[in-house]
Design a protein around this ligand. Structure first.
Ligand SMILES: Cc1cc2nc3c(=O)[nH]c(=O)nc-3n(C[C@H](O)[C@H](O)[C@H](O)COP(=O)(O)OP(=O)(O)OC[C@H]3O[C@@H](n4cnc5c(N)ncnc54)[C@H](O)[C@@H]3O)c2cc1C
Ligand SMILES: NC(=O)C1=CN([C@@H]2O[C@H](COP(=O)(O)OP(=O)(O)OC[C@H]3O[C@@H](n4cnc5c(N)ncnc54)[C@H](OP(=O)(O)O)[C@@H]3O)[C@@H](O)[C@H]2O)CC=C1
Length: 306
């Protein structure tokens, strides 16, 4: 928006990061962020604009909670938004025609005499650049900050927790009114019914289950099949209805899903060097925090460029 030339690199095949959606035979599944809320007024305004553009819609699930094995309705007045027709649609729209190189893992960020250069996992270099913004989970950012040891050590203090996500699809819809559920006292901490989200295909009855970070940490190296089975059992116990073997199942391990602690950093920078670091872990560990942190990095970069 400020008119600078920007080049984006991402190790994934597409945009979205932890807001990405997996394209499967059973439809698109949001395996990471399930929905997002908007509380900061700047983000509220951005969300209003994106909604007007048709990039996202409000999700109003039949919301439940489960505590001590007791399932109960838990309606509230909180507005929750999802990208349509899949979560990552929002990032595709925001990216627009910005030059982006996907499937490109940056392994080194180094400063020459006047400019920055990047090296990717294939040994190819990219640049020169006048400034670099590192916008990845904190533990992955540290390796890219060797040019600024103080910055690297601040970032290293932000630790992140894993989350196992499992998707289960059933040809015959499960006999339950639940569409979203906050879970306590279980290996799970969240579950959502895909077809209840706006703009999703109504084919199979697909569910996304998230394990708690505590369970995920304890079962980090469990084989995928075992993760699916253990979380399917927890799901069946929670719903209290018959849950047959799924017709389709997958498990995805998010190693750096959520920050272990909240910070109020906004964004971090060595402005003299022209190196900026941002991400959800600088703020709230949510989509809103990621957006606000990116905005703050951009603000500081432009302030220094003026
Ligand atoms: C399971 C799960 C559930 C969640 N649920 C919610 C929710 O319901 N609501 C909510 O608000 N938030 C939720 N979140 C959090 C939300 O997804 C994140 O806060 C937000 O997406 C973070 O955005 P980000 O841009 O900071 O980082 P990321 O989305 O992690 O983006 C970082 C990007 O950097 C790329 N990358 C990393 N290293 C390199 C490298 N070396 N070279 C090139 N590219 C690299 C990655 O591929 C990725 O695309 C959830 C997260 C997870 C994992
Ligand atoms: N799994 C991850 O890696 C991960 C999950 N994250 C989850 O993202 C949502 C987003 O939080 P946000 O503040 O934007 O949403 P909510 O206001 O909907 O939820 C906040 C927490 O409050 C509890 N809650 C909210 N509404 C209800 C309700 N109607 N009934 C019961 N409980 C409710 C719930 O917390 P607890 O389960 O009580 O701990 C919500 O979690 C949020 O779900 C995060 O857990 C973010 C990042 C990574």
């Amino acid at each position: 928006a400020a008119g600078l030339n920007v080049q984006l690199f991402d190790k994934s095949r597409g945009s979205g990061g932890r807001m990405s959606s997996k394209r499967c035979d059973v439809g698109d599944l949001d395996l990471g962020a399930q929905y997002f809320t908007a509380r900061d007024r700047h983000f509220v305004e951005a969300v209003r604009q994106w909604q007007e553009n048709g990039w996202l819609a409000e999700w109003k699930p039949a919301l439940y909670q489960s505590q001590g094995g007791q399932l109960s309705l838990s309606p509230d007045t909180q507005q929750r938004f999802v990208g349509v027709p899949r979560m990552s649609a929002l990032t595709r729209q925001l990216l627009g025609d910005l030059p982006a190189t996907f499937a490109c893992r940056i392994t080194e960020v180094f400063r020459g005499e006047r400019h920055w250069h990047l090296v990717d996992a294939d040994g190819q270099s990219h640049g020169p650049f006048s400034k670099v913004v590192v916008a990845v989970p904190a533990p992955q950012a540290v390796a890219l900050l060797s040019a600024a040891p103080k910055l690297a050590s601040a970032v290293a203090s932000a630790t992140m927790e894993p989350v196992w996500a499992v998707a289960l699809s059933f040809a015959r819809a499960l006999d339950t009114p639940v569409e979203g559920c906050f879970v306590q006292d279980s290996p799970l901490d969240w579950l959502a019914r895909n077809r209840s989200k706006p703009g999703r295909a109504v084919g199979m009855d697909s569910w996304v289950l998230h394990a708690s970070s505590a369970w995920s940490r304890q079962h980090l190296d469990l084989p995928r099949e075992a993760v699916i089975e253990q979380l399917r059992c927890a799901f069946a116990e929670l719903l209290g209805c018959a849950v047959p073997e799924a017709d389709f199942a997958l498990a995805h391990r998010w190693l750096y899903a959520r920050p272990a602690q909240g910070h109020q950093w906004g964004a971090l920078a060595d402005a003299d060097l022209g190196l900026y670091v941002c991400g959800d872990w600088c703020l709230s560990g949510r989509v809103e925090g990621a957006w606000l942190s990116g905005q703050e990095a951009a603000r500081r970069l432009l302030e220094h460029a003026a």
